[in-house]
Design a protein around this ligand. Structure first.
Ligand SMILES: Cc1ncc(COP(=O)(O)O)c(C=O)c1O
Length: 494
């Protein structure tokens, strides 16, 4: 058995390297692929890799996209629709067997997504096999090495990613979930996972002590979302990670959908797994449903990769291509989402028809200081409690489309209690603050002046249609209600 310690920069998987090499060498550059493969003593090149690590904007455009990976040198990864791949010999292939277990287009995307999420570059030689036979005059090496960022894993939807991750558990295990997660996540744990004897405890994780108190010997997964959807509550990821690590052997998963990896990096803050509904900011164009996970933990990666293939909830090559394309502008889009979102939040906070605005970037947000510490910016998500009728407000909006989902180029509006969070039991909705006057805005990339004007005209319409309580009272009891008239806050539908 020959042992060679290798560094394969930016790569993972099974590689067939055909190269002349000298056994016992401490450093070998592989001639055929010298641009991407470097070999040396284990650990030797880590500092160099770290030093050369590119910025987010560069990674978003280039990671996983190298033209040299294709014989035709395509600059943009092609859509590879083939479901199956020719093998050199039985069980000896060029990295792909069947598109459920791996697909070239999806592979490019999975590498790119993980590079944006992962802070950690590392090296781990999984196993290495040396076939002592000659291939075209060269010795042939089969290596399976992880170096650099572990690839992400993509799924056919965000909920498919959630369901696949839950398969890491077994019957009798316990889950702790933030009580204010996406309605579909809540529904999945309450109505699907529960059928397999997986009990979920929902806690208000704004106080990390509540997570600690809910831990049981059989707690195997802690599921956090921050900021939450739609009430914008934050979890201190670092604090919860410390508790989970110290008091359990549970896996901490953070749903990072609302922030995108551009503004928040849960893996750097101690999470074991970061999960996204790619359907939102990562794709950003409202034309793909997809989910993804990324981890720095090689054991978890191996298990989830197994489940990805074994359960089969994978995205199509065409969707992978579209997301790959969307990802390249993520950083530019997020900057504009932030600018527009903050403009909307600040504007609405001053509006008399608005009771309260929820946006972690506002000093009025109760966890504003945590947001500043934990995130490097804010997305375009803004939730608003109105004084008037939410139904009437959304009907009057012209630029904001009344639709579920979020994180796309176009601005959307929805009423969570009637739409995305309808599946959360009414009692729980009340406790969480998901009331009928709560409206969620996903602020898009339109000109902010147009967005503000649209919000203004919709709110103004509410005021005009509404009859102040004072008028109603005065006509009924014919008395002076001057004090009440001054209130901008009370409106009744005619
Ligand atoms: C925060 C969050 N997580 C997960 C999901 C589920 O993702 P998908 O719709 O891609 O299944 C959603 C969907 O709205 C979401 O908002």
């Amino acid at each position: 058995m020959l042992t060679i310690n290798c560094i394969i920069y930016k790569s993972i998987g099974h590689f067939c390297l055909a190269t002349p090499f000298k056994t016992g060498s401490r450093f070998i550059t592989v001639n055929l692929t010298s641009k991407f493969f470097k070999m040396g003593t284990k650990g030797e090149k880590v500092d160099e890799i770290l030093k050369n690590r590119k910025n987010f904007d560069t990674l978003a455009i280039h990671e996983g996209q190298e033209p040299s990976q294709w014989t035709h040198k395509a600059v943009i990864p092609p859509i590879c629709m083939s479901t199956t791949f020719e093998q050199y010999a039985p069980a000896d292939h060029a990295g792909y067997e069947y598109s459920r277990s791996g697909n070239p287009t999806r592979n490019c995307l999975e590498r790119a997504i993980a590079a944006l999420e992962s802070a950690k570059y590392g090296i781990d030689v999984l196993n290495m096999m040396y076939d002592s036979w000659l291939y075209h005059g060269y010795l042939r090496l089969k290596v399976n090495i992880w170096v650099g960022v572990l690839p992400g894993l993509c799924f056919s939807s965000g909920l498919a990613a959630t369901a696949t991750l839950t398969h890491l558990l077994k019957s009798g295990d316990h889950i702790i979930s933030f009580d204010d997660v996406y309605g579909g996540t809540n529904r999945y744990y309450r109505r699907c996972a529960s059928n397999y004897n997986l009990e979920t405890t929902f806690v208000d994780a704004r106080d990390p002590e509540n997570v600690k108190n809910a831990l049981r010997p059989n707690t195997k997964m802690v599921w956090m979302e921050t900021p939450t959807n739609p009430t914008m509550k934050l979890v201190d990821i670092k604090a919860v990670a410390a508790i989970v690590k110290e008091h359990s052997n549970a896996v901490l998963v953070v749903d990072n959908t609302f922030m995108s990896p551009y503004f928040q990096k849960p893996l750097m803050l101690g999470a074991d797994i970061v999960m996204h509904s790619v359907s939102k900011y990562i794709n950003g164009h409202s034309d793909v449903i997809m989910g993804t996970i990324a981890t720095n933990n090689i054991d978890l990666y191996e298990k989830i990769k197994f489940l990805q293939n074994a359960l089969g909830a994978i995205p199509s090559p065409f969707d992978s291509y579209l997301v790959n394309r969307g990802l390249k502008t993520l950083h530019v889009r997020m900057e504009r989402h932030q600018e527009n979102g903050l403009a909307v939040a600040r504007h609405l906070e001053k509006h008399p028809a608005v009771e309260r605005v929820l946006h972690p970037g506002l000093p009025s947000h109760p966890q504003h200081s945590l947001a500043l510490r934990q995130c490097s910016g804010f997305s375009g998500m803004v939730s608003v409690y109105l004084h008037g009728q939410a139904n009437e407000f959304v009907r009057r909006l012209q630029l904001f489309t009344l639709a579920e989902s979020l994180g796309s180029i176009e601005s959307l509006v929805e009423i969570p209690s009637l739409m995305t969070h309808m599946s959360v039991p009414e009692e729980q909705r009340k406790e969480l603050g998901i009331t009928d006057n709560l409206v969620r805005l996903s602020v898009g990339l339109e000109a902010k002046e147009d967005l503000l004007a649209d919000l203004d005209q919709a709110l103004e319409g509410l005021r005009r249609r509404a009859v102040p309580v004072s008028t109603l009272l005065s006509s009924l009891i014919k008395t002076s209600v001057a004090d009440v008239t001054r209130s901008n806050h009370l409106f009744l539908e005619t």
